[in-house]
Design a protein around this ligand. Structure first.
Ligand code: HAM
Length: 443
């Protein structure tokens, strides 16, 4: 709990506050990118019948320990967990899937027609080492489909992610794998243990422990020296049981049908424990460096609903890191379409005109015009300069003389031609020049 300090600081000690490490402001000039990505996500979600869900940032810590897994980096090193004032151990969500499954169970959504399909967009928190593309608060959007085991939905989700990246100007490389089920995965894990047995001394300390606890985790260790040992790995796909192999082959066939290019990659085991069968990541390029900063990833989690107290329900989903996606949009010089300039700028001179302009501005908006102003400015020149910068087509100029004459000046900003019009005729005059709003023009 915050406790007020008793000592008043001398003025010279007042510091300029800075962002907390690993956090990021999304400044106004970045907002068009964020709105654009959000629009694409919502558009595609609508086309594929995914419904929006918002879950809280705070969840009970055990939810993530149980779902993401006790031995994962996220749970062991990266969670923002604390005991709240009521003594409950809570965590600021490091990811979205566990919360979605909790909500699905808590609201009895197993009784709805299946699959139940959700999408979300919101901040996640991981106490990771901040570096390029890695923040402690970052945004994800994600898609989750619960209640469907058919491989067609895995492929459709990958396609859907691929389409969102394409709409943002990115050609991603889809890396795909299957990590099997509780029947075939232990066989593969034993092969991994054999593989690492002779080179164990070269592994990092964490991976030495992982060898006995959870050898799959070695494959996504971030340490360079461990990554370098993974060149001749046994392939997961060669060791799947018949059902898992059949499921995976069908996912790939559907991807071929959808013409989504993919690369089989045995190292895509993902850093969270809940996955079964299909796992995939979207990389910005085909090289290994893509792995360090994957743009997104996901897979099946057929056991998670049950693990969190629900009825056995297969599920599949993925999430994308929005900061990473937007960084790539910048790298590729992809600019979201600019929002249209205001229709009209309202310039005023003198006290009376300023007072009148306040009301006129509201009337312009009511008539559906996108209007701009700078009421606090005094001279006409700086106001018209601003109008020019905004790219408006017409400015309305109201001064002392116009107030007395019950007129207003309308200035065509392209040619600079000014005409005097009757104050009462402003709206019809603008409608004549720009078209009636609320009909075929966006306001
Ligand atoms: P994840 O791979 O941990 O999966 O995260 C998904 C994406 O979030 C990453 O590919 C990356 O773009 C972004 N991301 C992760 N950590 C950071 C960070 N520290 N800074 C910036 N971006 C980051 C999941 O979270 C799963 N819940 C995905 C999923 C959904 N699986 C099934 N359904």
């Amino acid at each position: 709990m915050y406790k007020k300090k008793q000592v008043a600081l001398p003025k010279s000690n007042i510091k300029k506050y800075q962002l907390v490490k690993g956090m990021k402001d999304i400044v106004p000039e970045e907002q068009p990118f964020w709105s654009f990505v959000k629009d694409q996500v919502e558009k595609i979600a609508g086309e594929y019948s995914y419904q929006k869900i918002d879950t809280p940032v705070l969840e009970s810590t055990n939810l993530f320990v149980r779902s993401v897994g006790e031995d994962t980096d996220i749970v062991t090193k990266e969670m923002y967990s604390f005991i709240d004032q009521g003594g409950e151990n809570v965590t600021m969500r490091p990811e979205g899937t566990a919360s979605i499954v909790r909500a699905y169970n808590e609201h009895g959504m197993v009784n709805l027609p299946q699959p139940v399909k959700f999408f979300y967009f919101g901040p996640m928190f991981r106490y990771d080492k901040p570096q390029s593309g890695r923040y402690r608060q970052f945004y994800q959007f994600g898609f989750e489909a619960l209640g469907e085991a058919e491989p067609i939905i895995d492929a459709q989700q990958i396609f859907l992610g691929y389409k969102i990246f394409q709409s943002c100007g990115l050609n991603v490389s889809t890396q795909i794998n299957s990590i099997g089920c509780s029947e075939c995965r232990p066989v593969y894990q034993n092969l991994l243990i054999d593989y690492f047995k002779n080179i164990k001394s070269h592994l990092c300390d964490d991976c030495k422990k992982r060898m006995t606890k959870n050898p799959l985790r070695i494959l996504d260790c971030k340490e360079k020296k461990c990554q370098e040992l993974l060149v001749n790995l046994p392939q997961t796909v060669d060791n799947l049981c018949d059902n898992c192999r059949n499921h995976f082959v069908r996912v790939l066939e559907y991807l071929d049908e959808l013409e989504v290019p993919y690369i089989l990659n045995a190292r895509i085991v993902r850093g969270l424990d809940y996955y079964t069968r299909t796992t995939f990541e979207f990389w910005a390029n085909e090289e290994e460096e893509g792995r360090q900063n994957a743009l997104g990833g996901g897979g099946r989690y057929d056991k998670l609903v049950e693990l969190l107290g629900g009825r056995s329900t297969p599920a599949v989903g993925f999430a994308v890191g929005v900061e990473r996606l937007i960084t790539k949009m910048h790298d590729n010089d992809f600019a979201p379409p600019k929002s249209p300039a205001p229709d009209v700028f309202l310039a005023q001179l003198g006290n009376e005109a300023r007072k009148r302009s306040l009301k006129l501005f509201e009337e312009l908006k009511k008539a559906g015009f996108k209007a701009a102003e700078s009421f606090a400015k005094n001279g006409i020149k700086p106001q018209l300069e601003l109008a020019n910068r905004l790219g408006v087509k017409y400015s309305l100029i109201l001064g002392q003389k116009e107030i007395l004459d019950k007129t207003i000046l309308i200035r065509d900003m392209d040619g600079g031609i000014q005409e005097i019009i009757n104050f009462e005729k402003i709206i019809p005059e603008l409608e004549k020049r720009l078209g009636k709003r609320g009909e075929n023009q966006p306001s």
